[in-house]
Write a protein that binds this ligand. Structure first.
Ligand SMILES: *Cc1c(COP(=O)(O)O)cnc(C)c1O
Length: 362
């Protein structure tokens, strides 16, 4: 797929191969391949330090990170969430036997909007699942307030929010738990991987058992667990990528800033949280309507520029997730949003070419 396009939508970051190899050679010498090995422990510690968070637990992927978070926090029944996200935020709820209750989003931040939330729905729900869409922090103070007033737990799907801050602090510090995806296409990755950041240490301790079949210290099941462990080989990739994270973030921010300066006033752009800065995770743009989007997408594809309708369809219209909730803003945004290529190998000249092609296509 990727090879067909001169400018793919994403290109995974690969660190120096000799560094990765030396980690792999160490794994061979130890013959400790998984089950909370030394590289997983090291990556866990280094990530917590880098992100300045406590209670961070590495797991096998970002979807299971969400599922383990719900289970550790003992969330039940209805969960209020956004329909404008990747499938995994809703499917993870359904898979855990929870019911997603979709409410609408804000048309500028593209995040869940609590401004018109129904009081009855708040009373009938046990939690809010917010998503920091494209890395843009949700209105975390408002969500916290509403959750506190109504006795709701808060989980943030922070799959896009690596390196994203609010008032100079990691956005991962908000909520009872926040989860990361460390998938190959994400800004920071372990090929496949995920992490959960808990507010409270006792939730972290419970989750440590849950991700290892629910075993206690004597290897006896004390709860219904799952296998959500990260392997040493995946942690090795994470450690090698983490060494380069500052240059990855700088490069992505530089490209995002250039995109924004060239596309300002041409298409609609996501409005970022006033107390944070774009982390350069994605480059979404909004067209005036779906017909325009499709025309431009096809013209760009013919020029070797891959784009992605991310997120489409709107999750409140997916039958498998219960199809509940009228979310006109999210439906409209879903039909008009397109993400443009963004990865560290992309050059400023490439961004100029892509924007130039886009402007001509309009
Ligand atoms: C990527 C992603 C996930 C899933 O993460 P995986 O590591 O691929 O399981 C969940 N939510 C959002 C918003 C994502 O973008």
């Amino acid at each position: 797929m990727i090879a067909l396009f001169k400018y793919p939508i994403v290109k995974p970051y690969l660190p120096d191969i000799t560094k990765y190899q030396s980690y792999i050679e160490d794994i061979y010498k130890r013959c400790w391949l998984t089950n909370n090995g030394p590289l997983v422990q090291l990556l866990q510690q280094r990530l917590a330090e880098y992100l300045r968070v406590d209670n961070l637990l590495l797991v096998c992927n970002g979807t299971v990170a969400l599922q383990v978070a719900y289970k550790a926090l003992e969330i039940e029944g209805n969960v209020i969430t956004t329909p404008f996200s990747f499938a995994a935020s809703a499917s993870s709820l359904c898979w855990q036997g929870l019911t997603p209750k979709f409410i609408d989003i804000d048309a500028t931040s593209l995040n869940i909007s609590m401004s018109n939330v129904d009081q009855k729905l708040l009373r009938q729900s046990s939690a809010i699942l917010g998503v920091h869409v494209f890395g843009n922090p949700c209105n975390v103070d408002e969500i916290d307030n509403i959750a506190n007033q109504n006795g709701l737990k808060v989980v943030y799907d922070a799959a896009h929010a690596f390196g994203s801050n609010v008032s100079g602090q990691s956005v991962l510090r908000y909520g009872d738990a926040s989860t990361l995806s460390l998938h190959a296409t994400k800004l920071f990755h372990c090929i496949e991987g995920g992490a959960i950041i808990f507010k409270r240490k006792n939730d972290l301790e419970r989750a440590k058992h849950l991700i290892n079949f629910g075993f206690d210290e004597k290897q006896r099941p004390q709860s219904v667990g799952i296998n959500a462990k990260m392997s040493e080989v995946h942690a090795a990739m994470g450690l090698a990528v983490l060494d380069d994270i500052e240059s990855i973030l700088d490069k992505r921010k530089e490209l995002t800033n250039l995109y924004h300066s060239l596309l300002e006033g041409v298409v609609e752009l996501q409005v970022w949280h006033s107390k944070g800065k774009n982390n350069g995770a994605y480059m979404p743009i909004l067209f005036s309507d779906e017909a325009q989007l499709i025309t431009v997408r096809d013209i760009l594809a013919n020029k070797g520029i891959q784009t992605r309708r991310y997120f489409y369809p709107c999750l409140s219209q997916v039958e498998a997730y219960g199809e509940n909730g009228e979310t006109p803003v999210a439906s409209c945004i879903s039909s008009r949003v397109l993400c443009l290529p963004l990865y560290t190998d992309l050059l400023p000249a490439d961004v100029r070419y892509i924007c130039d092609s886009l402007i001509k296509a309009l």
